[in-house]
Design a protein around this ligand. Sequence first.
Ligand code: F6R
Length: 608
Amino acid sequence: MCGIVGYIGKRESRGIVLDGLSSLEYRGYDSAGIALIEGGDGTLIKQVGQVKGLIKKVNKTKPKGNLAIGHTRWATHGAPSILNAHPHTNKDETIYVVHNGIIENYTEIKTKLISKGYVFISDTDTEVIPHLIDYYWKNLGDFDKAFYKALKDLTGAYAIAAISTHAKNTIYAARLSSPLVIGVGTDEYILASDPTAIMPHTKKVIFLEDYDVAKISKNNCYIHNLKKTKEGIQEPELLDYDNNVVLLGDYPNFMLKEINEAPATIKTATTGRVLSSQNLIKLGGLENVEQQLKYIDRIVIVACGTSYYAGLVGEYLIEEIAGIPVEVQLASEFKYRDEPFSRSTAIIAISQSGETADTIAALKKVESYGVLRLGVVNAVGSTIARMTDAGVYCHAGPEQAVASTKAFIAQVTVLNLIALLLSNGRTKQFKPLLMELEALPEKAKTVLESAEAIKKVALKYKDYKDFLFIGRHIAYPVALEGALKLKEISYIHAEGYAAGEMKHGPLAMIDDKFPTFAIATSNHLLEKTYSNIEEIKARKGPVLAIANNSNKDINKLVDDVLYIPETLEQTKPILEAIVMQLFAYYIAEAKGYNVDRPRNLAKSVTVE
Ligand code: F6R
């Protein structure tokens, strides 16, 4: 949530920081700002709205400087406004600060500073930071010491970047529970809250750890940890990525691009891992915990949002393929629960960003329990990837649209792999599922080729105000995910339900204005789903269904059908999800909404 970019080096910083902010805009887009230092003077420019508004404003004066920090905001404390936008500064405008996270004790600090004559002009928690640094600077006359002293007073979560006319050749950065990455170039450094902003410049990166404080000059990056003995220059690691993944190419937006990446996503998640000719599943990320995995008799999956729904799919997969009991919990609930745990339990945290605050907190909660902590994470090098004992990367590449699409596809694919690995080959589904996973990219392509048919149906249903999504068994979480996709980008009220629950309440809502999206792909429960559809039709509810190619009978039962190729029960959620993603996409597009940046939301929820 919120994006930070900083630059120091030989190049003009303005364009680099603004481009970086544009690429991080999915993390927040209420307002944006930039501060630059040139010679001994600082320039601060802020604007409400998207980064393009800021770019326009900056381009009027084209301020110069080889040192700058910028921010794109998702409002937590205080409405989107110029005063609340970052960077924040002190009265003399000599210190500029951008911040992600929440300063929990800001009221206390603010009261103390007000008593010393400081005046606050914003509603944000962040504004205390430049004033606090200013206070210590005036008392100590040393900017390094002032920055450190200020940090020590802060409690909460933060990724902070600060620049000052008192230290005009340095960017100061600090991290606690909110990500910060430093890109290492030749005589230049790019600082960002997410590697996406760094990718166009360098593959060499340093991920800051909690309590790290970095002092970055043009040709030196000195890192000191406030809690550990770590101090000095740190060797960068190499990020392996294809730069094209962060570019739109011919697509009108990232959501459509990312939905269309489904076949490649499945392929990348399975390549080198699914070896059907050898009847083998190979997950390098779990090799170091191979022995421990043998003793696992309970798995708790923790995640939020779409990742949580992928986890629910995983519950069916792991229980039915590997025979291990699984429980899936919302990370935001899990972290406050007091439940008994045995050491033979494994936690699996699922997260696209690897930075979701609740999921991190869930993992932290079990830190001292001695349980195995595994990750199914997309963002390489992210906090969750680093804090787990082992894990399997999704390798879906950066996901930039706020609504998660390809990450869900990758997560369900990876959960299939984990289920297969945990089964130790003891299931008769082993070989068929390995083969199906290899065939799946082509089938996902077929679903994408039916985009026009999906669009036609979407346009027919776009003006309804409510929607119900139903499914049974492994399709139930897919129905939940379908409802989430529709509501978050088209703002249509949508609920996901287990089809078997209809008579227990939701049926009361059904009339000719309340359509249902039924997942009716063939399985042992299809007849039961048909009964639910009949009950809805009897109450005049319009029904649109997803069915298998072979199931032409369903035509007589429902108003519209969207077909997917035949596949195994375990891989159906992947193909069904693509249909639902496109359905939500075309409705939102027809309504003229910004599909990549839905209102009130931001990618990567790094605050509670
Ligand atoms: C929905 C969506 C969110 C995320 C959730 C978890 O489309 O994107 O619900 O799935 O915020 O995020 P990660 O997976 O990054 O932990």
